[in-house]
Design a binder for this molecule. Structure first.
Ligand code: 5CA
Length: 448
């Protein structure tokens, strides 16, 4: 993408209304623009990141066996009256009347909608287990929307819903999703800590939040250092045995806790040099709630013995739009964002230091073409802004690698490459620079 044809209205000043670094950088890097309180338009740079995060979430959901659907944003109030949540949900729910005076609402979550779909189509235990998910906008009329996309009113969520014959099978589905979450966040360059949690308005008695550590986080985490260091499960997790040993380790031996979960007792059990007490951001939340919705809504199947039983359900949320801010909180420096390669809006920034100069243009255009042909996403600064401005823009938008082509270097046949994270620089031959950057993008490494 040539910057002269892109849409990147970066801000040089930090907007006053933004309190935390991710919100400041998302505005400065022209990733989002506020439309109303807690509601944002996604500008091209931010939208690219959102789509990359969404795709990683999707791939790991699919890999875990979940099946993608798409439910509407607008739901009927009657559906929520069936579960008893219409009145219980309170002011966070945006209630709407259509032209026929029917009560509608903008969905804050989809337990009712999915239960209705399942109830009306599935009749036998032979159609279990199933896990259906979608990635769809939600609306919650938060009292205090703040921190940009981190606590928005309109936000993008991945929500999955599992259906099983009994509690044991449902626990198995829960474990599967638990591991999918660890893998999902690891692929984004994040260390997410599972923390035993309250179930709130979703209900149920088994729940974990997935927290990434960041000073500006709204959650308090106490845990064992081993939990932060724990490796993410590889390919061979055995969900078909009893509870997989990995899950056992994660959920009991190392269970993190928050203020509500008797931190004092926890802390006493952990040696002083192994205690982690930190702030964090909740990027995912999973629940097992049994028959809380299936019972009142009549979502029943015929079991192997011919009797009708209410299905056991769980729901599993990922804050897709919140993750954009969360990743910035976890990965930035004084100059701007520092994107991990898998979620970067572009992989490489190419800077032409003297647009309009025949030789420099020819060299930079050739590099652009080679990288693009190699399948690399390049943002090519071909504008006639001065060098300082170009560098500042590249740093604030935080692309993982930069290649700088200037008239002096071109005379010597050289280019400069830079890794955004850590700022290591190297001047080498132009072709070598292209080859090296392709290698760095593919391996995700830093310059030595
Ligand atoms: N139905 C369940 C799971 S599918 C549910 O709604 N869970 S939740 O309320 O915990 O939300 C799931 C995730 O959405 C949270 O972990 C968080 O990452 C994200 N989220 C929740 N509220 C907001 C908000 N106001 N702004 C941005 N993201 C949010």
């Amino acid at each position: 993408m040539r910057l002269t044809r892109f849409f990147l209205p970066v801000l040089r000043e930090t907007p006053k209304e933004a309190e935390i670094v991710s919100h400041q950088l998302m505005l400065r890097a022209a990733m989002v623009k506020q439309a109303s309180a807690g509601i944002y338009s996604w500008l091209p740079l931010g939208y690219r990141v959102l789509k990359k995060i969404e795709q990683i979430v999707r791939e790991e959901q699919n890999r875990s066996g979940a099946i993608e659907v798409l439910m509407p944003t607008i739901q009927s109030a009657d559906l929520w009256r069936q579960s008893g949540r219409y009145d219980a949900y309170g002011k966070e729910m945006l209630r709407i009347k259509d032209r026929h005076e029917r009560d509608m609402l903008y969905g804050p979550t989809n337990e009712e909608q999915i239960t209705e779909i399942f109830r009306d189509s599935v009749k036998s235990y032979k159609d279990l287990p199933r896990n259906l998910y979608h990635i769809q906008w939600k609306f919650r009329d938060e009292v205090r929307p703040r921190f940009g996309v981190m606590r928005g009113r309109e936000f993008l969520m991945k929500d999955a819903y599992s259906f099983d014959l009994n509690a044991e099978a449902a626990r198995h589905a829960y474990n599967r999703m638990f591991v999918a979450y660890l893998r999902t966040f690891a692929r984004m360059g994040l260390k997410a800590i599972p923390m035993a949690a309250d179930t709130g308005p979703i209900g149920g008695d088994l729940s974990h939040e997935f927290i990434i550590l960041a000073d500006t986080g709204e959650s308090q985490v106490y845990c064992h250092t081993d939990l932060v260091e724990m490796p993410v499960p590889g390919k061979d997790v055995d969900f078909d045995g009893d509870l997989s040993p990995i899950i056992k380790q994660w959920t009991s031996q190392y269970a993190a806790t928050d203020e509500k979960h008797d931190a004092a007792k926890f802390v006493a059990e952990v040696p002083a040099d192994k205690q982690v007490s930190a702030r964090g951001i909740e990027v995912g939340h999973i629940f097992y709630f049994g028959t809380k919705y299936s019972e009142p809504m009549g979502c029943k199947v015929q079991g192997p013995d011919g009797k009708l039983v209410a299905v056991h359900m769980g729901s599993y949320g990922v804050g897709v739009s919140r993750l954009v801010g969360g990743i910035i909180e976890a990965s930035h420096d004084d100059a701007g964002c520092v994107w991990p390669v898998p979620v970067a809006p572009f992989e490489v920034g190419l800077v032409n230091l003297k647009s309009g100069d025949k030789d420099t243009d020819a060299a930079a255009n050739a590099v652009y073409e080679k990288l693009t042909n190699a399948g690399i996403d390049v943002l090519y600064d071909d504008t006639d802004e001065r060098a300082g401005g170009k560098f500042a823009t590249m740093d604030v938008i935080g692309l993982p690698y930069q290649i700088v082509i200037g008239p002096k270097g071109v005379k010597a046949g050289e280019a400069e490459i830079k890794t955004r994270k850590g700022g290591a620089k190297e001047t080498i031959g132009i072709d070598a620079a292209v080859a090296k950057v392709i290698d760095l993008v593919t391996t995700g490494r830093d310059l030595a």
